[in-house]
Design a protein around this ligand. Structure first.
Ligand code: AMP
Length: 429
């Protein structure tokens, strides 16, 4: 399958070629004709599958703006959960539209609203926004009567972040006969409920197994004692000459601590989490993309919006508190068919968490040790006792344990049980 066969117009084909895309990815092959045919879509697609182009290219094709057009009106609205992701989508769509006369604007919180209003006054065809800021603009007079396409990207994340009310508010503001495209990494009940509200006779696209990780990612877990994790991380980066690594922690506090430790080890690091000002976050991200920073320490806030080309390594310094977030974290590597490596440093407390993750992704993650960093067996015994006495949420769920044990023979069956999983979200963002 080629992009030409999908019937894309010349300006788009040239832009894609310049970006080095040779063939459409699966989601692009399936979504592009449907979007062009004005069908509503419900697509479950993993991160890194090329879904931005899957909706971006046919939207641009539908606008067909090759010549200068003085009468601009907002024709497409793309909502995404985070500022970083919105900016990423804006950059991608602007790249695809480089040979067209299409104007895009990104409207995210944390940026001056009046500057955004001035941009909107010039006439915009495509708006990419976070839900809250988009509604603010509508309340301030942004005209949405001409909207033809409405995209809800990363719907599951958006609902998890509490944007349900905002999305429900946006939908009735748009013209009755608009097309809605809903993309979600997971197929949760919440997402299905939203889909029933916003979609009309949608075409379903499922490009991957639910919650499975991308095939091109090589996943390993290294067993290590908690107090030696930072040392092991620095050792791995140094001894294996990792050129660029994205390191995830579970909390802001551990991200801060790790950042300081790695700097002490002489590594050029950046830090991104929810308490860091937006401007600083974007600057750090840009430095990381340019290769000025070797190690980027981040909490899960960064795991969705980041798109760094050829990112070869993701390290989970701590496993996420929500097993599904593992998929999003490791999805930062192995993008669009490239190979990547995801390493998880797991201590005794996390041995149960990794089982949950294995159930969710439907694969076993090989557990290894690094010479010189083998866990101390005496600490292990003591910690297991303390864990089972003190930490109720870390106790393995008996039902899930049984399913896990069936894993090698019946992973598909085991995955069904995760629907009922209840996990507490702590201060991850
Ligand atoms: P996305 O899933 O939209 O975040 O895309 C992930 C990455 O894949 C981005 O860096 C895109 O530029 C890239 N990409 C998207 N489509 C293709 C394609 N057909 N061939 C190669 N790379 C692509």
């Amino acid at each position: 399958m080629s992009f030409e066969k999908l019937g894309l117009i010349k300006p788009l084909l040239s832009a894609i070629k310049e970006l080095g895309y040779e063939h459409p990815t699966t989601i692009q092959q399936r979504a592009i004709p449907l979007v062009m045919a004005k069908s509503d879509i419900f697509a479950t697609a993993q991160t890194g599958t090329g879904k931005t182009a899957a909706f971006g290219l046919p939207i641009l094709q539908r606008l067909r703006k090759v010549n200068v057009d003085e009468n601009r009106a907002v024709k497409a609205v793309i909502l995404s959960p985070t500022r970083e992701l919105s900016i990423q989508i804006f950059e991608d769509i602007s790249n695809y539209a480089k040979h067209m006369k299409v104007e895009c604007a990104v409207l995210v919180g944390g940026k001056d609203i009046e500057t955004q209003q001035r941009i909107l006054k010039k006439g915009i065809d495509i708006v990419i926004a976070t839900p809250g800021r988009f509604l603010e603009h509508v309340e301030n007079g942004l005209e949405v009567n001409s909207v033809e396409v409405f995209v809800i990207d990363e719907a599951d994340r958006m609902l998890d972040m509490g944007f349900t009310k905002e999305i429900r508010k946006v939908h009735p503001l748009l013209p009755k006969r608009h097309q809605t495209l809903l993309f979600s990494a997971t197929y949760s009940e919440k997402v299905r409920k939203l889909s029933r509200l916003v979609l009309t006779k949608p075409a379903f696209i499922e490009t991957s197994k639910k919650n499975s990780t991308v095939d091109t990612i090589n996943q390993t877990a290294y067993l290590v004692d908690t107090h030696r994790k930072a040392e092991l991380l620095a050792y791995l980066i140094g001894s294996r000459n990792y050129p660029q690594v994205l390191v995830f922690t579970r909390t802001k506090v551990s991200a801060d601590t790790l950042f300081v430790e790695l700097q002490k080890d002489g590594l050029k690091c950046g830090l991104i989490h929810g308490d860091i000002a937006q401007g600083k976050r974007l600057k750090t991200l840009a430095q990381f993309k340019e290769g000025k920073i070797k190690v980027l320490v981040a909490t899960d806030i960064a795991s969705r919006g980041l798109d760094i080309e050829h990112l070869p390594y993701v390290i989970n310094y701590e496993l996420p508190s929500v097993a599904e977030d593992y998929v999003h974290r490791v999805g930062r590597t192995g993008r669009a068919g490239r190979n990547g490596e995801a390493i998880s440093l797991i201590d005794i407390y996390e041995k149960f968490d990794i089982r949950e993750i294995e159930i969710v992704i439907g694969q076993k993650i090989p557990q290894e040790t690094v010479e010189g960093f083998e866990p101390d067996p005496s600490i292990r015994r003591k910690d297991i006792q303390e864990t089972s006495l003190k930490s109720e949420h870390k106790k393995p769920n008996k039902k899930k344990e049984r399913q896990y044990n069936k894993n090698t023979s019946g992973l598909a069956k085991a995955k069904k049980t995760t629907k009922k999983r209840k996990t507490t979200k702590r201060d991850a963002k």
